[in-house]
Design a protein around this ligand. Sequence first.
Ligand code: ADP
Length: 305
Amino acid sequence: ARVNNRATESAKPKVAVASNYPQKEPPVQPPTRVYEPPSTDRRDGAVYHVGNMLGKGGFAVCYEGQLPGHKKKYALKIVRSKMPYKMEQKFQTELQIHSKMRHPNIVQFLRAFSFDSCTYLVLELCPNGSLMDMVKRRQGLTEPEVRFYSIQIAGAIKFMHAKGIIHRDLKMGNIFLDRYMNAKIGDFGLAALLVTGKDMQTIRRTTLCGTPNYIAPEILEKGRKGHDHMVDIWSLGIIINRDYEWPTPGKKYVSEEAKDIVATMLEDAERRPDPDTIVQHRFFSSGYVPTPSDITTRLRDCPPN
Ligand code: ADP
């Protein structure tokens, strides 16, 4: 397969995607106050004040939400309760899988409720957009920054896979940035729960899914029975395989170590490294790995060059 490593998530898909891929829907216009009905753990229910719009996806719209008297803000992901069947399925999958995930590099799912013909997901707020927005704004990342984010994302993939979850739609637009610029994987709408034996022997999934430029080739190959968790490693390879610039204006350079680690992730599924093997690659010892506070200072507090 020819790998397109550019920031082209918004580009026209080159392959047909399954009908369960979300269709464009008009955005939901939420009321300024949203009532969470009483539940066993919140007997009096709650009222969220709805703030700024954070963004729109294929079928959801996200707003800031805040409980009165509290400083903390959340992301309210809103979808209409009555959706076409396929979209409803996507959303149910997202809810069931995302609610079971708890990891520092996965957007924290807090609760879900219905109000006024809409379903609301209350999520950890990631106020600094997605990795895609950041990479576009900065026109790339340095290798130290790539090391930092790869370690975080590999950790989240290890956690998901250990729980039998494959995300299947890992891409820069689905990796959000928290207030300190840490990576948080979100949007579990295409995730799948593998029915596993001890060693992740799976009932292979045959659905065609994922965002075209990040889809592992075995998903596209006709005649194969399906794919497994290694599709997420392929996507991580594509995420890392980016142009970036050193401070010298206009000079682009990719180290041999970086090329090699990406190449291993784009091997045939059975030869791809697992997350532990990825972070032991010499790419991570051949140069500097920034600390979290370096990243906050450099990426959040410093405007791009
Ligand atoms: P969809 O499932 O419809 O693709 P997304 O999960 O991608 O929807 O969310 C749509 C948009 O909302 C995102 O592109 C992003 O701009 C914003 N968003 C989603 N989750 C969060 C979050 N936790 N914090 C901040 N913004 C978010």
